[in-house]
Design a protein around this ligand. Structure first.
Ligand code: PEP
Length: 256
């Protein structure tokens, strides 16, 4: 079996000014700056990327991610940010297709496909978010939804592309709601995702790909969720805004 290093990412969403970001990162560097049992990624808002990058660039194991990017290399796209702009700030990961982007900014699977392609071309590692809504879960349509998001989102890709992609399974009903999928529910979805990846891209791609769980991950539930065999990390929203909470998630999730 190919070992998969856990990856825990903090999605700060539209929170933290540069000054606030510096305070949070200084605390995190003190607590987990040299932590090596998991890959740790911080995804601040665009305006704080440079400040966070400067702090992380020194001696830490913590990596930088962005929350979004545009698929074009440059041009008349007011308000948007390109992959090259992110690369210049030493960004290595980029969240693509977060449910809030899908819901509020009308991003669909085709958008996710274009952005993921552009991120890979720029050698950024995409964290591609998929997940069903509450009505879809209640109607027992979650498998169809996840399958469509994967097939359309990864259309035209092969094993090579999959090797650099991280999938985040984020049931929309669990994001920012305080409701977490039970470890058994999350594991069932992760197994299903891995099976779809295997059917479409082959057994090696399925074994290698890391699948994060996201949705109200907290210090109290992180260990049980991440102890499941197909849960390879977490994408953490609210609880990543506080250094003690985020540090506790990482340490709990990675302790034996
Ligand atoms: C997220 O936004 O990706 C997320 C999982 O948020 P929260 O942890 O706050 O539910």
């Amino acid at each position: 079996m190919i070992p998969r290093k856990k990856i825990i990412a903090g999605n700060w969403k539209m929170n933290k000014t540069q000054a606030e970001a510096r305070v949070l990162v200084e605390d995190l560097l003190r607590d987990i700056g040299r932590f090596d049992d998991a890959e740790i990624v911080l995804c601040p808002p665009f305006t704080a990327l440079a400040a966070v990058s400067e702090l992380l660039n020194t001696v830490s194991n913590i990596r930088l991610g962005a929350q979004n990017m545009h698929e074009a290399a440059s041009g008349a796209y007011t308000g948007e940010i390109s992959a090259a702009m992110l690369k210049e700030l030493y960004v290595r990961y980029v969240i693509i297709g977060h449910s809030e982007r899908r819901q509020y900014f009308h991003e669909d699977n085709a958008t996710v496909n274009r952005k993921t392609k552009a991120a890979l071309a720029a050698e950024l590692r995409p964290i591609v978010c998929i997940g069903e809504t509450l009505p879809e879960r209640e109607a027992n349509k979650w498998k169809n939804v996840l399958q469509t998001q994967l097939i359309e989102g990864f259309a035209g890709f092969g094993e090579k592309e999959l090797a650099d992609i991280i999938i985040a399974y984020e049931p929309v009903w669990a994001i920012g709601t305080g409701k977490t999928a039970s470890p058994a529910q999350a594991e069932e979805a992760h197994q299903f995702i891995r099976k779809i990846v295997g059917d479409k891209f082959g057994a090696t791609a399925a074994e290698k790909i890391r699948i994060q769980y996201g949705g109200s991950v907290k210090p109290e539930n992180a260990k049980e969720l991440l102890s499941k065999p197909d849960i390879d990390g977490a994408l953490v929203g609210g609880a990543s805004l506080d250094s003690r909470g985020f540090t506790a998630i990482i340490k709990n999730a990675c302790s034996e």
